[in-house]
Each structure stands twice: as structure tokens, then as C-alpha cells.
Design a protein around this ligand. Structure first.
Ligand code: G3P
Ligand code: MG
Length: 360
């Protein structure tokens, strides 16, 4: 017998999705700033006409450099769908878990975009970008005069960041930690200054001291940007820094890398997807702050990098199901030999089509 209309309405309002989706960004959704693989159409199928979510999904990228709220607005604009800040997990997002330890300590943050602003928004009170930090040390970069940009110019174009960060006595205040937030811009200068900070115990130009902790948002050797072949990523920068540091210092470089393929990234994504389940009040999928007790039958990871996205989903295990696209780092005909995905498709649109058919 058909349920009474009120009961049907009740179950509709309380229906929960048995699946969730995590989308990689570079090489799956975008190349540079250009949507690829039918990503706008694919994402639209996961949303209601009102713009609210029909099924829980989020972006799980190793990239970053701007606060999650700003990335969400940027993605909404580029893709034509409404993205909430809680749907954006970047490589550096877990840095906020280190707040207790470094909240009031002097820390430096580096990489493209606005690394200091990212850390300030997480709550770190004494953060300086490496650009600004380096500008206090005369002659720290012996080739700066040959560069066609200057620190001053960089600061002028980032008035907000400058307003947010106070000046500190960097000549006597030790740097307590260094955070590589996003892909470094000036590798030579950054490696030089990091070596200075790390081997001196946080006071460049002074005696050697215990190495302050060093954190990387991710460890991607290469990633797919707008250029036809892959670009060197944060992992390549880490190798360069580590090789040099270990040649000039008696102790090997110590560091921690976050981002995919670490299983905790996938655990965190699962917890967020659970919070994106429907609200009991309006029947729409939204970030209701609910920790959600139900578990998913399947969580799909759609990525382009076998070593990072597919390997990560494999390490995370049940209920993760990996889908590899051919729009980025992976361009093979068959599956990847070392880290085979559960499914290989050409584009993200094909991946979403497969999921919606399977789940209907
Ligand atoms: O710099 C970005 C890159 O490391 C990877 O981004 O979205 O492919 O995880 P994504
Ligand atoms: Mg990618």
C-alpha cells in the first residue's frame, strides 16, 4: 500500500544520500582557471534548481593559497554552481589543527596567493609571509637586484595582507615554524631563506640552532595546470630544499607533509560530507553543522593523479571508490599499472554520469 502523503513527505525530508563525492580540482575540474571535462554540467546535476545540494559533494585539492571562503566564491563563479566554503578542502586546510601549538608564536608562511592571510584566517596571530619576512633582512637574497619584481611591489598589491599583519622584531624573535601553504613562487629566494631560518633555529644570519618545525600542505611531485605537460609541484620544491639543506647542514631536514594521499585527508572529507547531508528542517542538503551518525555506502574520489588521488582513496579503504580521469596527469589508455583505479573514464562528466546511473 502507498504510504500516506504526510509520511511520504516525512521520508523525503529526512532522506539521506547513501553516497558522497570528492572532486579533485586541478586536472579534473579546472586546468588553470578554465573548466574542463564538462565540469560545470556535471556539478549542476548534483544541485537543485534552487542552487542547494541534491547530493553531498566537496572539492578535495592539494592546491591552495587563498582562504577556503574565497576559493568557494571563485569556484562558484568559474563553474556556475553555488559552492559553500565548507565544500572546499585545500592542502593547507589541516594547518588549522596546529593552531593551539603556534597561535601566539612567530611563524612564516610561503607560496603563491596570500599565504599569510590564509594562516591569519585560521587564527594564527603572529604570521608573516616569507616575502615580508625576507624584506626585513638586508642582502638576504644576493640576486634580488636582478629580479624584475620587488618585495615592495608585492606588498603594494596586497594592501589587505599588509594591514592584517603587524610588524615584529624579527631580529630577536625566533621563527617557531615555517608553513609551505601553496606552490612557492621564487624557489631560489625561498630555499635560501628557509635554509637560513631552519638551520639557525629561527634567527637568520645567526648561530646554528635546533630546526623549527616545517610543514608542507602537500607533496605533489607534479600536477596538471594549463600547460600541456605537467608542472613541478610542492613535492618537487620539497626535494630541492631537502637536497640542498642536507648538503649544507649536519642534521637532515625534518618536515611533515599534509594533503592527499594521506588517509586522514579522506577521513576528514568523509566527516565533512556527512555534515553536508540533508537538514531535517528544509529537506535540502546543506552544511547543517550536524556531525551525522549515518555512514555512506560509497564515497567516490574523482582524480587525475594515480599516485595522489587514487593511491589515497585506496589507502583510505572502504567506503572509498576511486575514479581516474584522463584530463590531467594520467593520460594512459588502460588503467594505471601501480595504482589502478576502480574505474577509468575520460572526463569528470562521464564519472558523474556513471555514479548517478549506479546510484539511481
Ligand atoms: O598545486 C596544486 C596541485 O598540487 C594539485 O591540485 O587539485 O590536483 O589536488 P589538485
Ligand atoms: Mg589533480
Amino acid at each position: 500500500r502507498a504510504p500516506l502523503p504526510s509520511l511520504r513527505l516525512f521520508s523525503l525530508l529526512h532522506s539521506r544520500s547513501s553516497f558522497g563525492i570528492a572532486f579533485d580540482i586541478d586536472g579534473v575540474i579546472l586546468r588553470g582557471r578554465v573548466p574542463i571535462g564538462g565540469s560545470p554540467q556535471a556539478l549542476r546535476r548534483l544541485c537543485r534548481d534552487s542552487g542547494a545540494l541534491k547530493f553531498p559533494f566537496l572539492f578535495l585539492t592539494n592546491g591552495g593559497g587563498i582562504p577556503e571562503s574565497r576559493r568557494a566564491s571563485e569556484l562558484s563563479e568559474l563553474l556556475g554552481v553555488n559552492i559553500l566554503p565548507s565544500q572546499v578542502v585545500q592542502g593547507h586546510s589541516p594547518f588549522k589543527n596546529l593552531l593551539k601549538r603556534f597561535e601566539n608564536e612567530l611563524i612564516i608562511a610561503l607560496g603563491k596567493g596570500e599565504p599569510a592571510l590564509v594562516m591569519s584566517e585560521y587564527g594564527f596571530k603572529k604570521v608573516l609571509s616569507l616575502d615580508e619576512y625576507a624584506s626585513y633582512f638586508k642582502n638576504i637574497d644576493p640576486v634580488s637586484q636582478y629580479k624584475n619584481w620587488t618585495t615592495e611591489k608585492i606588498f603594494n598589491s596586497k594592501a589587505n595582507t599588509k594591514d592584517l599583519v603587524p610588524r615584529y622584531d624579527v631580529l630577536s624573535d625566533r621563527v617557531k615554524a615555517a608553513f609551505v601553504v601553496s606552490d612557492p613562487v621564487d624557489w631560489g629566494r625561498d630555499i635560501q631563506v628557509l635554509c637560513d631560518v631552519l638551520r639557525s633555529g629561527g634567527l637568520p644570519g645567526q648561530e646554528n640552532g635546533p630546526q623549527p618545525p616545517l610543514y608542507f600542505a602537500a607533496d605533489d611531485l607534479e600536477y596538471q595546470a594549463a600547460f600541456p605537460s605537467e608542472r613541478l609541484g610542492m613535492g618537487a620544491f620539497r626535494i630541492a630544499l631537502e637536497s640542498i639543506f642536507n648538503r649544507i647542514h649536519h642534521n637532515a631536514l625534518e618536515y611533515t607533509s599534509f594533503g592527499k594521499p594521506n588517509p586522514f585527508v579522506f577521513k576528514n572529507a568523509e566527516a565533512i560530507l556527512r555534515r553536508l547531508q540533508p537538514s531535517c528542517h528544509d529537506g535540502y542538503f546543506m552544511d547543517n553543522g550536524n556531525t551525522g551518525s549515518n555512514s555512506f555506502e560509497t564515497l567516490y574520489m574523482i582524480g587525475d593523479n594515480p599516485l595522489v588521488d587514487i593511491r589515497g582513496a585506496q589507502k583510505a579503504g572502504h567506503p572509498w571508490f576511486s575514479i581516474l580521469t584522463r584530463t590531467g596527469v594520467f593520460k594512459g589508455k588502460e588503467n594505471h599499472a601501480e595504482f589502478p583505479a576502480d574505474l577509468v573514464v575520460d572526463t569528470v562528466e562521464e564519472a558523474v554520469d556513471y555514479i548517478l546511473k549506479k546510484e539511481s
